[in-house]
Design a protein around this ligand. Structure first.
Ligand code: GLN
Ligand code: ZN
Length: 764
């Protein structure tokens, strides 16, 4: 008989009570004992739900006080020296110190978990001497057993993945570190086995990335060691997010089960299975329900897939699973009261996905007729959305097809545009500007709420926004900035703002997912064809421009960033959705130009995070991403200056694509990565306008003039001075007004000094 299981359940709770408990503890509102009690309540509540729903193999230790990678590091005593922790169990103060920093020690770095929007804390190994400080999986297993009589499946981050995600060691120390870690894993698993644990889920998502021959040897060594030390324990070697490379090596590892993703890695995993079969002594963890998407599954397709899987693996050796942890989807659609019926019916968040898994298990074990009615209901719900006019907008589809048939290109090459733009704007050498947003004070947030709740009229709200714009136009002029911005006071979030003004989007009331630590995001849902309903940013921008003689940059969020920060429909390729977004934004670009705005910035901070895990797919993604950007920005006149902005430093492997975007000016983060990007320009030439952020906006610290001047000097070694702009790293909305003004003041001064220094040697 087939079983069903999931790989992990969201931590945040039905009502984000997890987030609230953490934050109450951090701010001193509750004591540690109360935090433990609250989190235990949440944890047990989740387990009870999984029991009630009828999940057979229930994960434990997927819960966390912050992040599961941090948990693993702390469990192995890998505490950086600066936290001054001696031996023994790691107190919460150190645990949260590593996550968030203390007054004496900076936090560990945080980075994205594979290609998701979840961020984990990067373990720092250095010369630490790992020990098992406590057996967290064992504690989780015991708790579930004693409190709920539940036979849990501890989830553990596997040694190879853990090591690959960590830093603070060199490549040739990898085996040394494995030698240190394997005994700890053995000890942990032996304790689990002694307690009577049957299944352990060892997460090794690194196996979906192409492994070197050495890494494959390492996997073999790890799992041979574990199998020998704990032969009685069933290890499910779990992969997710893509198909596995090296399938044949993987299926010969001495583990009881192999977990594969048949959603995101469907084609690859299925063809491996067809070609090489599946060993008859192993269980297949078949990840068939999408752990990352929010749509109901097409159960007929899933059953067809399961039929095919059963040709290689009989039902009694199948575990029907989620494709990955449900960490990446909201908890439940139950409380969504505002989403139209035809859309809500087609949604499945974590809890609804549990029902889908149980239903599939019943279909496999009892036969389809036993669940015919449920299958029909599900199919009807999907069909309602499919038939919805909003998914079938001929106007949009025709317009986008027409646009797609053309090569999106500016009318003139950059060299010609540059001359036209220079003649029009007469900007000084090293023009100064900012990235778009200015401090969003509590007043601004309050005003927005008053308006949303209907307590303020549209006029009242507009007057308020205009006042904010007035203040900052004056400040920018006083500071002596060359290109001004209106400040984005009317926007809570750079994606939500546009989503709310476009057709094809819907917003949840409670669709939160964890982004990092207690921080949750509520991504918009793109459910239908995207279309413009008219101007979105013109009035604020034109108002700002009316207050000054200097140029004001219009400010838009780009198509790829909107796409990557939303939940997206799955019935058409993402590429098509990107083009629809591009079409709508292109109209806004033209509207701004028409209204006299001659500089338009289209932000694309999220381009890099959409990069597929498989390297061979990078090029295709980048080419349609660039195309969407160019569709958005290409129809303007040559004198209209297109800007773009990106955050984060890892651009060295995509500089060609950035050049291809053909923006007249790009601003990129550099200061947090200590100028790493600058090196890239030593080997790659960049011949378009470029502003490298000269100061870090993530800190309230006001940088000195000399620091910024130093950064400018470094940059000018590798970039053409006449193409160089000066700006901060990113938007300033999280900063306070005083520190912002002080920092910008110093930035303008640094620019002035640079002009003095370089003017003579730089022909225009
Ligand atoms: N224009 C946006 C801002 O300044 C850009 C934000 C971002 O890059 N994340 O806030
Ligand atoms: Zn940014």
């Amino acid at each position: 008989m087939a079983l069903c299981s999931i790989l992990g359940y969201p931590r945040i709770g039905f009502d984000r009570e997890w987030k609230k408990a953490l934050e109450a503890f951090w701010s001193g509102k509750i004591e540690e004992t109360e935090l433990h009690l609250k989190l235990q309540d949440i944890r047990l509540g989740h387990l009870r739900k999984l029991q009630d729903k009828g999940i057979d193999l229930i994960p434990v230790n997927d819960f966390s006080y912050y992040d599961h990678v941090l948990d693993t590091a702390v469990m192995f005593g890998l505490i950086p020296d600066r936290f001054r922790h001696k031996d023994g169990p790691v107190p919460l103060s150190v645990y949260y110190g590593m996550a968030r920093g203390t007054k004496d020690a900076t936090a560990s770095e945080m980075t994205k978990w594979f290609n998701t929007n979840y961020h984990y804390i990067v373990p720092e190994l250095h010369d630490a001497n790992p020990v098992l400080t406590e057996n967290r999986p064992l504690q989780a297993y015991r708790e579930a057993k004693t409190k709920l009589g539940l036979e849990g499946k501890p989830v553990v981050l596997g040694p190879l993945t853990f090591l690959k995600l960590a830093k603070g060691y060199t490549a040739h120390e990898t085996d040394l570190w494995l030698d240190r870690l394997i005994p700890l894993y053995v000890q942990m698993l032996q304790e689990l086995a002694a307690e009577g644990v049957q299944w352990v889920q060892m997460d090794e998502p690194i196996a979906v990335v192409r492994l070197t021959a050495e890494d494959i040897q390492r996997l073999k060594r790890i799992y041979a060691n574990l199998a020998e030390a704990v032969p009685s324990l069933n290890i499910m070697l779990q992969t997710y997010f893509e198909s596995v490379e090296n399938y044949r090596d993987l299926i010969t590892l001495p583990v009881k089960g192999i977990g594969l993703d048949f959603v995101h890695g469907l084609d690859g995993n299925l063809s491996s299975l067809r070609e090489h079969g599946f060993p008859s002594d192993k269980i297949l963890g078949a990840g068939v329900i999408n752990g990352r998407g929010i749509w109901r599954a097409n159960l007929d397709d899933k059953l067809a897939l399961l039929d095919e899987l059963q040709q290689a693996v009989p039902a009694e050796r199948l575990i029907l699973q989620s494709s990955c942890s449900f960490l990446h989807v909201p908890v439940s659609t139950e409380r969504e009261t505002k989403i139209p019926y035809e859309i809500k019916g087609a949604l499945a968040f974590a809890d609804e996905k549990l029902d889908e898994l149980v239903l599939l298990r019943r279909a496999v074990t009892e036969g389809k007729p036993a669940v015919a009615e449920e299958l029909m209901t599900a199919a009807e719900a999907l069909d309602r959305l499919k038939q919805s006019p909003s998914r079938n907008r001929i106007d949009v589809q025709e317009a986008v097809a027409l646009m797609t048939a053309q090569d999106p290109k500016r009318s003139k090459p950059f060299e010609v545009r540059r001359i036209a733009q220079q003649a029009k704007w007469k900007l000084p050498l090293f023009p100064t500007t900012t990235i778009g947003s200015f401090p969003q004070t509590s007043d601004v947030r309050k005003a927005r709420q008053l308006w949303r709740k209907g307590e303020w009229t549209k006029d009242q709200y507009t007057a308020f926004i205009h006042e904010q714009i007035d203040t900052w136009m004056k400040l920018q002029e006083e500071l002596g900035l060359d290109v001004l911005v209106h400040g984005e006071f009317e926007r809570t979030d750079m994606v939500e703002f546009f989503g709310e003004k476009l057709d094809g989007f819907v917003f949840t009331q409670n669709g939160w997912v964890q982004s990092y630590g207690s921080r949750c995001v509520k991504p918009p849902i793109i459910y239908g064809d995207v279309a413009s309903r008219g101007d979105m940013t013109v009035s604020e921008t034109v108002y700002a421009q009316s207050q000054t003689d200097r140029p004001v940059k219009g400010m838009l969020t780009g198509p790829i960033t909107i796409l990557n920060w939303s939940f997206v429909r799955e019935d058409i390729p993402r590429e098509q959705v990107a083009y629809q977004l591009a079409y709508a934004l292109r109209q806004e670009v033209l509207a701004l130009e028409q209204a006299g705005i001659g500089m338009i910035q289209v932000d694309e901070p999220a381009v890099r995070e959409g990069l597929p895990l498989k390297e061979e797919e990078h090029q295709h993604y980048l080419s349609w991403a660039v195309r969407a950007f160019r569709m958005t920005t290409s129809p303007v006149q040559e004198a209209t200056q297109i800007h773009t902005h990106m955050c984060y430093c890892e651009f060295h492997d995509m500089i060609d694509s950035i050049v291809d975007m053909d923006a007249d000016v790009i601003s990129i983060e550099t200061s947090r990565s200590h100028g790493e990007l600058i090196h890239s320009f030593e080997t790659n030439t960049y011949n378009l306008g470029i502003g490298l952020g000269v100061y870090d906006i993530h800190s309230p610290r006001v940088p000195h003039v000399e620091e910024m001047a130093g950064m400018i000097d470094r940059v000018l070694h590798v970039l053409d001075p006449k193409l160089f702009w000066i700006n901060p790293d990113c938007g300033l909305k999280t900063r306070g007004q005083n520190e912002t003004v002080a920092a910008l003041h110093n930035m303008v001064e640094a620019a002035r000094l640079a002009r003095e220094k370089y003017a003579a040697s730089t022909p225009s």
